[in-house]
Design a protein around this ligand. Structure first.
Ligand code: FE2
Length: 363
């Protein structure tokens, strides 16, 4: 029960605030009926096993798109850039209603803007089959080796946190870190890492927070001197799934596929825009091929610092009920923001179409 007025008036302000907060949390626990979308509660089945992912043919749908995007950006659709380098907010179009041509144009738009937040979408209320059908337009959907999926649909990657479910705190080392930023590019260890990636929110923290930070790897590359760019082009780096799998095993989670390591170019070229982008991320890139250990550590530390400190080529994607964020995972790095109270629930879902084997940039 909430404290009475007489109880409050005799206590210091801090105590009153603390007891009010405790009372509010108590009330919330009582009324919490569980997640709004129980269908998408993360499912972990340790007996689930997948074969190694084969190399699959891929042609980016953006290559087929009309650059004017007449099927996507019709009259009444608004598009507002978040920054000149990346990010846009689009209103007035339902992604679920787009024709094949409209979806091709969406691939092009996302390649150009790198991350786009579509507001007021009905996407979250479609059937899982339909959600998969739409996302599959952009490539074969990755099945995640360790994360929560949903019963019967291993294609879904569920992001879920509440007072009792804090599965990834330790993985990210958050208990002993001064900040909770964790820059990564999703599953970059795959031989064909994801491209046009779908992420939609089901429930967000009540008092704000839970946004996603994005940065442009194209702009990060452009900021380097021509001499340094030349040194990076031609280099390859190892991206590894080993730590993620080991962590899952250690915490009694599934390892559905043996962890893979892939060598990718340090600078890749986008197949549609032709833009060059850095392709290293602290989440999965482990070493530079052919370098001594110290050389590799030195170079990766510089690149990780460079991308994470470039706040002038970062943006923040915010969520409203119905927001669907689509990003190009080939040319961005992102991080969740763990800035909301542990008692609060955040629930989101990702579908992750895989793209081409990365194309190396040549000097
Ligand atoms: Fe991610």
């Amino acid at each position: 029960m909430a404290p009475s007025v007489s109880e409050i008036s005799s206590k210091p302000v801090e105590d009153v605030a603390a007891s009010l907060k405790a009372a509010v949390l108590d009330e919330k626990k009582k009324v919490d009926q569980g997640p709004l979308y129980p269908r998408y509660v993360p499912h972990f089945d340790n007996t689930e096993k997948f074969p190694p992912t084969p190399i699959r043919e891929f042609s980016d749908p953006g290559l087929r798109a009309d650059p004017k995007k007449p099927n996507l950006l019709k009259d009444g659709v608004s598009l507002k850039n978040i920054s000149p380098y990346l990010g846009a907010v689009v209103k007035g179009v339902q992604v679920s209603q787009l024709s094949k041509e409209g979806l091709d144009e969406l691939a092009l738009l996302v390649a150009e803007k790198k991350v786009v937040a579509f507001r007021d979408q009905d996407f979250k209320d479609l059937s899982p089959e339909r959600q998969i059908e739409i996302a599959r337009h952009f490539g074969p959907i990755q099945v995640h080796p360790t994360s929560g999926n949903i019963v019967g649909f291993p294609e879904f990657h569920v992001v879920y946190r509440d007072a009792n479910h804090q599965r990834f705190r330790e993985y990210r080392g958050f208990d002993n870190r001064a900040n909770k930023t964790s820059w990564h590019s999703d599953v970059s260890y795959e031989a064909q890492p994801p491209g046009t990636t779908f992420f939609w929110i089901l429930e967000q923290p009540e008092n704000g927070g839970g946004d996603t930070l994005f940065l442009s790897q194209v702009e990060a590359y452009k900021r380097l001197s021509p001499e340094f760019q030349k040194r990076l082009e031609g280099l390859r780096a190892v991206h590894s799934a080993v730590y993620q799998a080991e962590y899952s095993r250690k915490s009694n989670g599934p390892v559905r596929r043996e962890p893979v390591e892939s060598e990718h170019p340090v600078v890749r070229v986008h197949p549609v825009t032709g833009e060059k982008a850095l392709y290293v991320n602290p989440g999965f890139t482990r070493r530079i091929v052919g370098f001594r250990e110290e050389e590799s550590e030195y170079l990766l530390k510089f690149l990780f610092d460079h991308i994470s400190k470039g706040a002038d080529f970062h943006v923040r994607a915010t969520y409203e009920p119905g927001t669907l964020v689509i990003w190009d995972n080939r040319v961005t790095v992102h991080s969740a923001t763990g800035d909301y109270p542990t008692e609060e629930r955040r629930h989101a879902v990702r579908l992750t179409p895989q793209a081409e084997v990365p194309i190396p940039a040549t000097a």
